[in-house]
Design a protein around this ligand. Structure first.
Ligand code: F6R
Length: 240
């Protein structure tokens, strides 16, 4: 795993957006895998600013979606991807794939999402954030390296951390549909973003500990093309 440490979240967004545009301009970006949450927002903002509409022909594939929220709920990841990524980049609705966690049959929705990823040729570049407990997507501690898209129960810590996106902490769903670790590792390249002191311990475990299900992000060490962009606060616990 290679890493670039930058001063703060704004610089992180600039570096990450530049890498995404380089991939696109080199003809190596048809499907962009997108994380939601707070960390990548500066990246999406920079991407919209720098791309001048030229990313309108790519596809977006989301990592995850809450179970139990209507897709048009303000806290849903379907809403996030539409408002923060697709609309600013001018990407039409038909080019956006988010796991359909509203479906009655979640196993079928998961299988369908995997099939669509395959049909679209797989993810060229996957953007990831990291949870304070080491999760990627919603693969919480205990997630195995060969896991696929599936329904999962969110860790209490994850629900607490994500309460800021909801009116009240009880509104945070207990379950999600998430790409599995095995699914994520099939992306051709991965851009892992980490910002803030709350991520320092998880990032150090992810990069330096022997890969283990206890820190799902550590499975990324098995991927040949992971690039990490971290701000100084998130990089503070890495070995010199
Ligand atoms: C989001 C996702 C999560 C987040 C992680 C960090 O689609 O899958 O893994 O990337 O929870 O969230 P933030 O950036 O809000 O700290």
């Amino acid at each position: 795993m290679q890493i670039e440490v930058v001063a703060d979240k704004a610089a992180l967004g600039e570096v990450a957006a530049e890498r995404i545009l380089q991939a696109y301009d080199a003809g190596a970006l048809q499907v962009l895998g997108v994380a939601t949450g707070g960390t990548p927002i500066s990246t999406y903002r920079e991407l919209a600013r720098r791309s001048d509409g030229r990313l309108h022909d790519i596809r977006l594939a989301a990592l995850d979606e809450y179970v139990g929220l209507p897709a048009d709920h303000p806290g849903s990841y379907t809403t996030f991807v539409r408002e923060q990524i697709a609309e600013p980049l001018g990407i039409p609705h038909g080019q956006v794939g988010v796991p359909r966690a509203e479906a009655d049959d979640l196993a079928a929705a998961a299988a369908n999402f995997e099939r669509q990823l395959q049909e679209n040729g797989g993810v060229d570049l996957q953007i990831l954030g990291i949870g304070a407990n080491g999760h990627i997507g919603f693969n919480e501690p205990g997630s195995q390296v060969d896991s696929r898209t599936r329904a999962v129960t969110l860790a209490d810590r994850t629900r607490r951390d994500n309460a800021r996106f909801f009116d009240s902490p009880e509104d945070v769903p207990h379950e999600a549909l998430t790409q599995g670790i095995g699914t994520i590792l099939e992306a051709r390249s991965i851009l892992l973003l980490a910002s803030g002191a709350r991520k320092a311990e998880a990032l150090a475990r992810a990069m330096e500990q022997t890969p283990t299900a206890e820190c799902p992000a550590s499975w990324l060490q098995l991927h040949p093309a992971v690039f990490v962009v971290a701000d100084e606060a998130a990089a503070a616990s890495l070995s010199p």
